[in-house]
Design a protein around this ligand. Structure first.
Ligand code: IMP
Ligand code: MG
Length: 196
């Protein structure tokens, strides 16, 4: 259902959805409810718990978009894990600039560790391909990739996704940590952005 973001009735899952600023803008259309997202996060957490039992994996999240997914994922994992974050940026509005800026990798010691790189969405694949290469260079025991969302239509670089959540249609999406120019990260559900 198409919901103009400048109305108080924004969101289709009840009154708890925050109401974005009351200026005109694109319409948001619900793609995945928080219940659907929760089920998917639970499934990914079960797979990671099964595969890494006894290995104390180091989960490295890619900020900013991953912050909500990571918080839910690690709380659904039932084995010992460590959590850290790096920062990557390549987007200007809805377009990948193709130029991935990374920071924070030098702080993290991945040598000999079982690393799981955790990202919100794999789109062109450039960010994760670049980060996987940087991490592999630091001598980890293993490196795997986990993402909540996959937009395979926009892929320009091949990446192997070890733990994949939902495969999305070729749309720009916001909510559950994902933004458009820093907005709408706080929406509990995931929406497609439709230009009005
Ligand atoms: P990639 O390098 O094109 O794979 O994109 C990586 C990053 O761009 C993701 O981790 C997101 O932070 C951001 N991104 C890609 N697609 C979307 C989208 O549809 N909505 C919001 N952010 C996105
Ligand atoms: Mg990201």
């Amino acid at each position: 259902m198409a919901v103009p973001v400048n109305t108080a009735s924004h969101g289709s899952t009840g009154g708890s959805t925050p109401s974005p600023a009351a200026d005109a803008g694109p319409n948001l259309v619900l793609l995945y409810s928080k219940e659907t997202i929760g089920r998917e996060v639970g499934r990914l957490a079960m797979d990671i718990s099964r595969d890494y039992r006894g290995l104390n994996p180091l989960l490295i999240g890619v900020l900013n978009g991953v912050f909500i997914f990571m918080a839910d994922l690690v709380r659904a994992i039932d084995i010992a894990v460590e959590v850290d974050f790096i920062r990557a940026q390549s987007y200007l509005s809805t377009n990948s600039t193709g130029d991935v800026q990374v920071s924070g990798v030098e702080r993290i010691n991945v040598r000999g560790r079982h690393v799981v790189l955790v990202d919100d969405i794999i789109d062109t694949g450039q960010t994760s391909a670049h980060l996987l290469e940087v991490l592999r260079h630091e001598g980890p025991e293993s490196v795997a990739l986990c993402c909540l969302l996959d937009n395979p239509t926009r892929r320009t670089v091949d990446v192997d996704i070890d733990y994949r959540g939902l495969t999305i249609p070729n749309k720009f999406i916001v909510g559950y940590g994902l933004d458009l120019d820093q907005r709408w990260r706080n929406l509990p559900d995931i929406y497609t952005v439709e230009r009005s």
